[in-house]
Design a protein around this ligand. Structure first.
Ligand code: GTP
Ligand code: MG
Length: 238
């Protein structure tokens, strides 16, 4: 069965490194099998991205053409590579079966939406939340509660149905909604963390902490200007 094969392959792959006596032909056949399974899995998640992206593009075009104002600045999506999917599956521990991996890795598909203003982030999130075919699995509001190092964004895991020839796949997609200032900070932090392999020297860390405060302050100031451009349609929102 599929699950069994994946776990035995991953085990074989790991053991093979320390034991060069493994039958290379058998291993190659197993590798091919698993490669096909991961390719199929990634295809489903790409379809999930396509569905969400269409939804976001429709909102964006509607805003641009009818309202002459779009709360969406840009949209980017990415599908986790097989390599980093396997790496995360191993790192997070647990069964190496496809269903178990899908259960614990929620960012195989990712869509990032950047807005100008904080209120637009919540506004777009609400529009998506109200769509009957999107199921919100989790919400993490790192804008209301920023991470200790200063990261801010609104994260939703939404599940979207993908209609295939013989069955329907319900695909979770990680949505990251943020302002331009939040995005600027996060991408800079990401580049620095990458360069220093997550061991940032204290002075750089302090500089980033400060930049996070400045970014949050800029968002607050821009929010005050926003009301001059377009009043919020929902009076309950800040
Ligand atoms: P991951 O295993 O990293 O995906 O984290 P998680 O499952 O605990 O979810 P979380 O909501 O904390 O973060 C998911 C994603 O948000 C990450 O993959 C990053 O893209 C982004 N993110 C979270 N924290 C940070 C941060 O401190 N800096 C930057 N640059 N990005 C972050
Ligand atoms: Mg991630």
């Amino acid at each position: 069965d599929t699950s069994q094969r994946v776990s035995s392959l991953v085990r074989a792959r790991q053991e093979e490194l320390s034991r060069p006596g493994t039958d290379p032909e058998q291993l190659a056949a197993q590798m091919k099998q698993v490669h096909e399974e991961f390719t199929r899995l990634r295809m489903y998640y790409q379809f999930g991205i396509d569905e969400v992206q269409t939804k976001v593009n429709i909102l964006r075009q509607e805003f641009e053409q009818i309202h002459e104002y779009s709360p969406i600045e840009h949209v980017r999506s990415r599908l986790k590579s097989t390599e980093s999917l396997v790496e995360k599956a191993v790192r997070t521990g647990g069964d190496m079966t496809i269903p178990a991996i899908r259960e614990r890795v929620h960012d195989i598909a990712g869509v990032r939406i950047t807005c100008s203003f904080v209120s637009d982030v919540y506004w777009i999130a609400d529009m998506l939340r109200r769509q009957p075919d999107l199921e919100v699995l989790t919400t993490k509001d790192y804008i209301a509660s920023p991470k200790p190092h200063g990261y801010r964004s609104l994260h939703l895991i939404v599940q979207v149905p993908v209609f295939l020839s013989e069955h329907t796949e319900h695909v979770p997609v990680e949505l990251q909604l943020r302002t331009i200032a939040m995005d600027f900070w996060a991408s800079t932090e990401h580049k620095l963390s990458y360069k220093y392999r997550r061991n940032l020297p204290a002075p750089l860390r302090a500089e980033l902490d400060d930049a996070a405060r400045v970014a949050a302050d800029l968002d607050a100031r821009m929010e005050r200007l926003r009301s001059e451009i377009r009043p919020m349609p929902d009076p309950e929102r800040p």
